[in-house]
Design a protein around this ligand. Structure first.
Ligand SMILES: *[C@@H]1O[C@H](CO)[C@@H](O)[C@H](O)[C@H]1NC(C)=O
Ligand SMILES: *[C@@H]1O[C@H](CO)[C@@H](O)[C@H](O)[C@H]1NC(C)=O
Length: 393
């Protein structure tokens, strides 16, 4: 007995020390994720071109990679960086990668900043692959196309499952521009472990309050974009999918935006081109349900753009299966929210719950920054068949 207990304790100790030796990364910036640790100068050419694959601490590079210093010029363009004084630029087909130690089986969201430089339509190919072990990698394209913040910088998120304890994260500029040096500048890489919430007694939806999502850097005033994804991709917003060809939604925090409930919400910044969607597999054909949600004004000076929508206010269409309702708000860009409600009879399962902004909006500061209504605090519950409908049906 006593020996067994001691052996157990010893094994536990060994497991613990092994765990310390390869301790999983914690939420926050990746090692040298902001590229402020300078590269080895003997592996650089002409002051900025990286020639050695291990020149940048904690990263490995291949192809035409430039180390960018804030204020550096290219022709008559002044390059800026989103965090600190340094960033990197990936030319045609260039790659940058880092190995990270994670908890196997858990889901993670990466957050990083990117800006286009010369090309209109740039794409980053994101891949995560186990360092060893023969599991397939996961990859996806991230369009770096529309600028959503007046700074010219946007923060993007991308999520994956840690198929192994040691994973390589690869960012590849898969674009082919005429000028091989053209390509996105990237910076401020951070990671967050996701804890996908389950449905509860009070809500058949998962993560209905959007409290679970990608890392938002503490100093970042512009939220984090969540790109469109295929059905088989891991969502940075657990429970929810972003359905669009190339457009995004924006994940916002109460530190910088008016959020109807809790600390996080989703701003619909791409009008009818993007849907925020969750599939609910527990609805039963012929049963009644009530969908409730908040539609808010993020207090970011968001106004309707003159060329697209009707003047005054913003509009969100919420649908559940074949039924829908539209909520109008008009708080003049200074915050506030309204509850919306939809009672419906399920046609079966799954039921798709979808939110779409019906207009295009930009901030009234004439910066051209895209914005829109926020959606938050969404719940779905079963209800008895409403009395009025009993008479009708
Ligand atoms: C810098 O790179 C050179 C050439 O590859 C190498 O010999 C040297 O050890 C490196 N310095 C550091 C500090 O890593
Ligand atoms: C993205 O990169 C991965 C690995 O390099 C590759 O397998 C995949 O085909 C690429 N996807 C696209 C769309 O280029």
């Amino acid at each position: 007995m006593a020996i067994d207990a001691r052996r157990t304790a010893l094994v536990a100790l060994l497991v613990c020390s092994a765990a310390v030796a390869v301790s999983a990364i914690s939420d926050g910036p990746l090692p040298n994720g902001n590229f402020e640790d300078p590269p080895n100068q003997s592996q650089m050419r002409g002051g900025s071109v990286v020639t050695g694959e291990h020149a940048i601490p904690f990263w490995k590079t291949s192809g035409f990679v430039e180390y960018i210093c804030s204020g550096q010029t290219q022709g008559d363009m002044i390059l800026t960086v989103p965090e600190g004084a340094h960033a990197v630029r990936l030319g045609n087909d260039a790659c940058i990668q880092q190995q990270v130690s994670l908890t196997r089986g858990m889901y993670y969201a990466l957050t990083f900043s990117a800006s286009r430089t010369c090309a209109q339509d740039e794409v980053l190919n994101m891949t995560t692959v186990p360092v060893s072990g023969g599991y397939p990698g996961q990859s996806g394209d991230l369009p770096i196309q529309t600028v959503y913040a007046s700074s010219g910088w946007d923060s993007y998120s991308w999520a994956f499952k840690a198929e192994a304890g040691l994973m390589t994260i690869i960012i590849h500029n898969s674009g082919q521009q005429e000028d091989p040096a053209c390509g996105p500048i990237i910076d401020a890489f951070a990671i967050r472990k996701l804890y996908p919430p389950e449905p509860t007694q009070n809500n058949m939806l998962r993560n209905g309050d959007f409290e679970e999502g990608p890392y938002i850097p503490a100093g970042s005033p512009w939220g984090v974009l969540v790109p469109p994804m295929d059905e088989d991709h891991v969502s940075p917003l657990p429970g929810w999918m972003i359905m669009s060809y190339k457009k995004v939604v924006k994940y916002v925090d109460s530190g910088h935006f008016a959020v109807p409930h809790g600390a996080r919400a989703v701003e619909l910044v791409s009008g009818v081109e993007t849907a925020l969607m969750q599939e609910v597999y527990t609805t039963v054909e012929g049963s009644w349900y009530r969908l409730e949600f908040s539609v808010g004004d993020a207090a970011n000076g968001c106004a309707p753009s003159s060329d697209y929508s009707s003047p005054g206010g913003m509009k969100v269409k919420a649908s559940a299966g074949m039924d829908d309702t539209t909520v109008d708000i008009n708080f003049g860009g200074s915050g506030g929210c309204t509850r919306g409600k939809l009672e419906f009879k399920a046609k079966g399962s799954p039921t798709r719950v979808v939110f779409v902004s019906m207009g295009y909006h930009t901030k009234s500061d004439s910066s051209g920054t895209l914005c829109g209504p926020v959606v938050d605090d969404v719940s779905l519950v079963p209800i008895p068949q409403p009395y009025s409908r009993r008479l009708l049906l």
